[in-house]
Design a protein around this ligand. Structure first.
Ligand code: NAP
Length: 252
């Protein structure tokens, strides 16, 4: 069993949960972060433990700095941090920009963008050789929406993921010679509960015939790419933004 610790924000369901299972199966210790659904997080931790892995559920809203600091302190108790997956992200109900409230925009950007920045800050402070760390990897979750813009649906979400693309490139260069690699995965339509949380539970069924592969992706298919970007197999890959979208929005 490795004493290398990985934090997966929003690790209890969807893509994050698949990443947690795969990391644990590789022998890593996984911090399964979640916002409010403790039952889902504890069920995942029980599954991982039963399979012989090491995982701990930690509640923390990545839209709240104090929660993020507590999340990283909990990870410190488990060993050296080797990886962060900035996976927690939210969508919202379909709206035009001329209908969006400040409250909606603040929630979107504080969870999807500021939360990812603050988690990256804490991870770099622990992993960068500049701070006495041993190196590590960060993987951010972008979205094909950053290229599509998501008009009349959630331009705010698309723009928040545009910020993630830019943060990935800038931070990757900032820490390139400090032993920390920073990459992003940009999923297309993936079959998870996020669509229901945005008021469109049938989104996958409605869209799949229009997708290049005529099907949505699975959480496992995205997790494979994330786990590769965390691993030493991708040791010369940094600042990359990998489309895992079945061909959706692959053109700039
Ligand atoms: P999901 O199924 O809705 O799962 C969301 C996870 O994030 C849950 O574990 C949830 O915890 C957690 N979470 C939500 N808000 C949080 C907060 N404020 N703080 C901490 N954790 C929070 O999502 P998903 O589809 O797997 O998406 C994962 C990432 O991929 C997101 O960044 C999303 O934008 C991106 N993405 C998804 C798709 C897609 O089609 N699914 C496409 C492109 C990009 P609780 O269980 O406690 O709520």
């Amino acid at each position: 069993m490795s004493d290398q610790v990985h934090i997966v924000t929003g690790g209890s369901r969807g893509i994050g949960a698949s990443v947690c299972r795969k990391l644990a199966a590789l022998g890593h210790t996984v911090v399964v972060n979640y916002a409010s659904n403790s039952a889902a997080a504890e069920a995942l931790v029980a599954d991982i433990s039963q399979a012989g892995g090491r995982a701990q559920a930690v509640q923390a809203d990545v839209g709240n700095e104090a929660d993020i600091l507590a999340l990283f302190r909990a990870a410190d108790d488990l060993g050296d941090l080797a990886g962060l997956v900035n996976n927690a992200g939210v969508v919202d109900l379909a709206q035009r920009v001329d209908e969006m409230s400040l409250e909606r925009l603040s929630r979107m950007f504080s969870i999807n963008v500021i939360g990812s920045f603050l988690c990256a800050r804490e991870a770099v402070k622990r992993m960068s050789t500049r701070h006495g760390g041993k190196g590590g990897a960060i993987v951010n979750l972008g979205s094909a929406a950053s290229k599509l813009g998501s008009p009349a649906q959630y331009v705010d979400y698309a723009a928040s993921k545009g910020a993630i693309d830019t943060m990935t490139v800038g931070l990757a260069l900032e820490v390139a010679d400090e032993g920390v690699r920073v990459n992003a995965v940009r999923p297309g339509i993936i079959d998870t509960e996020i669509h229901a949380s945005g008021g469109a539970p049938d989104r996958v069924a409605q869209l799949q015939s229009r997708l290049p592969m005529k099907r949505a992706g699975t959480a496992d298919e995205v997790a494979e790419a994330i786990v590769w970007l965390l691993s030493d197999q991708s040791s010369y890959t940094t600042g990359a933004i990998l489309d895992v979208s079945g061909g959706r929005a692959i053109l700039p």
